[in-house]
Design a protein around this ligand. Structure first.
Ligand SMILES: Cc1cc2nc3c(=O)[nH]c(=O)nc-3n(C[C@H](O)[C@H](O)[C@H](O)COP(=O)(O)O)c2cc1C
Length: 209
C-alpha cells in the first residue's frame, strides 16, 4: 500500500496492556502513517478496555509511551464522554467513534443463540443514527479530531457526520455491499462541496451544534 502512495492506518488490539504496547511499538517502527488503537473489540469475553475511563487510560498511556506516530483511539459505542476525555488527556491524537454495537440473534429452530459467544458486533445502516448521536455528543467535549464511524453508506451520510463534528469518516460495512462505495462517497462529497460552494470542510464541520 505504501508503495502505491496510499495513506495507511493500522488498527491494533491486544489482550493485555503489555500486548497493546508491543503491537503499537511494532507498528510505530513500521511504515504505517497512523495507529488506531482498538479499545472496543466486541468478540472477546468480558468487559472492553474502552468501557471504563481507568482501563482506557492505562492502555492509552502504555501505547503513547512507545508510539511515535499519530495515535488514534477507537471507542465502543457505550464508552461515554468520560472515557473519551480520559483518552484525550492521555495524549491520543484523535478519537474514532464508534465500533460495533453488541447484539444477538436467536435461531428459532434450535432455540439457541446464533453466535458462539451469544453476542456479536452489529454494524451497517441500522446503527447509523445512534452512531451519529454519539459523534455529535463527543464533538461537544473533545478538543482533538473525531473520526466518525457507523453505518456510513452514502456521501450524504458522510456529510451528516461532518456536520455533527467529525473531522474525517470511516466506511466499514458498506465496502462489503459494494467495494467501490468509498469512491462514490468521495466523489459525492466533491460534488456537494462544489454545489454548496464549500472550500474547506471546516466551514460546515460541527454546524449542527
Ligand atoms: C467484519 C467486520 C470486522 C471488523 N473488524 C474490526 C477490527 O478488526 N478492528 C476494529 O477496530 N473494528 C472492526 N470492525 C468495526 C468497524 O471498523 C466499524 O467500527 C463498525 O463496523 C461500524 O462501522 P460500519 O457500520 O461502517 O461498518 C469490524 C466490523 C466488521 C463488520
Amino acid at each position: 500500500m505504501k508503495a502505491r502512495g496510499i495513506v495507511t492506518i493500522a488498527n491494533v488490539w491486544g489482550e493485555t496492556e503489555a500486548a497493546y504496547a508491543k503491537g503499537v511499538k511494532r507498528l510505530s517502527d513500521s511504515a504505517v502513517d497512523a495507529i488506531e488503537l482498538n479499545l472496543s473489540c466486541p468478540n472477546v469475553p468480558g468487559e472492553m478496555v474502552g468501557q471504563r475511563a481507568e482501563s482506557a487510560r492505562r492502555v492509552v498511556r502504555a501505547a503513547r509511551k512507545v508510539c511515535e506516530k499519530p495515535l488514534w483511539v477507537k471507542l465502543p459505542p457505550d464508552a461515554g464522554l468520560e472515557v473519551a476525555q480520559a483518552v484525550e488527556e492521555e495524549g491520543a491524537d484523535a478519537v474514532c467513534a464508534v465500533n460495533t454495537f453488541r447484539a444477538m440473534a436467536i435461531d428459532i429452530e434450535t432455540g439457541k443463540p446464533v453466535f458462539e459467544r451469544v453476542s456479536a458486533g452489529l454494524s451497517g445502516p441500522a446503527i447509523r443514527p445512534i452512531a451519529l448521536r454519539i459523534v455529535y455528543e463527543l464533538a461537544s467535549v473533545l478538543k482533538i479530531p473525531l473520526i466518525g464511524i457507523g453505518g456510513i453508506t452514502t456521501w450524504q451520510d458522510a456529510v451528516a457526520f461532518i456536520m455533527a463534528g467529525a473531522t474525517a469518516v470511516q466506511v466499514g460495512t458498506a465496502n462489503f455491499i459494494d467495494p467501490t462505495r468509498a469512491i462514490d462517497i468521495v466523489q459525492g462529497l466533491g460534488r456537494f462541496m462544489e454545489e454548496q460552494k464549500i472550500t474547506n470542510w471546516k466551514e460546515v464541520r460541527g454546524c449542527a451544534h
